[in-house]
Design a protein around this ligand. Structure first.
Ligand SMILES: Cc1cc2nc3c(=O)[nH]c(=O)nc-3n(C[C@H](O)[C@H](O)[C@H](O)COP(=O)(O)OP(=O)(O)OC[C@H]3O[C@@H](n4cnc5c(N)ncnc54)[C@H](O)[C@@H]3O)c2cc1C
Length: 293
């Protein structure tokens, strides 16, 4: 199939892209095209105007300050995976990206495109929630780009629907940097390597001077429209030992989660995966934190 007819626009600045989005009727943004182009080719999606963000170079960047990593929405997934800054400050991302589709798709696919596509099983919203992501959203108003910030926790409105208003685009994302030597792990179950996860879990932890859990982040994807931070488990494990009892406690609690069911697998099976994957992710994250402390 071929896409329906559309007019192509190639802005070179964020302001131009945002202005086009605000003024053109029935316009769609093109990032890596890995999800959008198949939908257009199958005519699941038809648009009158396609605004290509690939020509807006300011949207591709990876920078770090003392507290956060800042990643532009058009940054290619493979560039994030291979970035030395990311390896140093957020090794969880590198581990997660090795599970995201295939190299060829990661070469074109962008971080922002995946967040906007918001597949419930995608690893990328999951690690963004795990690292308390803060999203910067832009819109053209009063002759300039106006920016607002939104925490990742408020990004998923419903199934594959991010909290973007008409005329808004995702500009960049800030992710918290955890202390050097923190434990981390991304575990998932997918039907084949490179498929979306059926369920995935991101874990991060630090140990205090006695080796007890000082800080914990546990996030699960594939169970609801957006990633779910398991705050109750995080709080319950604070101050406890990094041992098999804590791991079992988290696994048992995850097996009780209220999870979705769909054409792929039942909710019972998702709950089983949630438990097993939480245990695996914590076991690896604890071991890494203990090795460093
Ligand atoms: C075979 C295959 C396997 C895959 N497996 C996985 C996987 O295991 N895990 C995973 O996470 N992903 C997977 N993907 C998806 C991949 O990560 C895509 O790259 C991603 O979903 C979309 O990113 P993109 O840059 O290609 O965006 P596009 O396809 O260009 O855009 C996706 C949507 O986001 C909108 N959009 C893009 N950028 C912005 C922006 N800045 N502001 C507002 N809206 C925007 C577009 O208008 C469109 O609606 C897979 C894809 C394929 C084809």
């Amino acid at each position: 199939m071929k896409p329906s007819e559309f007019e192509y626009h190639a802005p070179t600045t964020l302001a131009e892209a945002a202005r086009l989005l605000a003024t053109l009727e029935d316009a769609k943004l093109l990032a890596g095209g890995q999800s959008l182009m198949p939908m257009m080719n199958f005519r699941y999606l038809m648009t009158s105007h396609l605004i290509d963000l690939n020509t807006v170079s300011s949207l591709s960047s990876i920078e770090a300050d003392a507290h956060q990593l800042h990643i532009g929405s058009m940054t290619r997934q493979r560039d994030i995976e291979l970035s030395p800054l990311v390896k140093r400050h957020a090794p969880l991302l590198r581990e997660a990206y090795q599970l995201v589709s295939h190299k060829q798709i990661r070469n074109r696919g962008t971080y922002g495109g995946a967040l906007c596509q918001l597949d419930p099983s995608s690893e990328q919203p999951c690690f963004t929630a795990a690292l308390d992501g803060m999203l910067t959203i832009g819109r053209f108003e009063n002759d300039a780009v106006q920016l607002r910030e939104l925490p990742m926790a408020e990004w998923a409105q419903m199934y594959m629907t991010p909290a973007l208003e008409e005329g808004e685009l995702l500009v960049r994302v800030a992710l918290d940097i955890w202390p050097e030597g923190h434990g981390y792990a991304f575990e998932e179950f997918a039907r084949r390597h490179g498929d979306y996860a059926i369920v995935g879990v991101a874990a991060l932890c630090t140990a205090d001077a006695r080796g007890m859990i000082d800080r914990l982040s546990l996030t699960i994807c594939g169970v609801a429209a957006g990633p779910v931070r398991l705050y109750e488990i995080e709080a319950a494990l604070h101050g406890r030992a990094m041992d098999e009892d804590s791991i079992r406690f988290a696994g048992d609690a995850a097996r009780e989660l209220d999870v979705m069911t769909d054409a792929h697998v039942s909710s019972d099976y998702r709950q089983h995966l949630a438990g097993v994957l939480c245990e695996r992710a914590l076991r690896t994250a604890f071991a890494r934190a203990q090795r460093q402390s």
